[in-house]
Design a protein around this ligand. Sequence first.
Ligand SMILES: [Zn+2]
Length: 169
Amino acid sequence: MQSFYRLDERERIAECGGDWDRFALDNGSTRSLSKAVQGRPIWDFVEGIGMSSYLGAIFFHVRRTGEGFESSYRCDSPYRARRFRMRTEPCGKGLLLIHCLVWSAVIRDIGEDVSGEGAVSAPRCSVCCRFLVEGAWIDPVADPGRVFMPSEHCVCPDCKAALRVQLAE
Ligand SMILES: [Zn+2]
């Protein structure tokens, strides 16, 4: 599964394609269909100052160096974990972001409603999708017996540090 979107010089979504719409529909999200997102700033779809800063640092780096940059992130649902590779390329005055699914794993079978009682509500890192529970960052794949729900969106210290290292290389 691969999708892309092109941002204009003001970081509005100018175009998106590939498997974009199929992925949106797979996730039951008609508000993310390409016709609904085109023309809107990418920042409308980024939750939390942590992730805005993280992406902003990548965009700045690509614009400054004029070279592509490769990163990866998790995009999980309560049922399935997925890792994507994201390539950010300069594209005229804008940027081209190419997302490619590189790994996925089942967390639990689809069936019961996981959003109710018993779910652990905790801050979630928007890059690695781990949850901060009692001082530890927990990957839901490693703890399938519990259901985690994001109470807020942030970027964990490990992901911030890894990006800093990669940007300095
Ligand atoms: Zn993280």
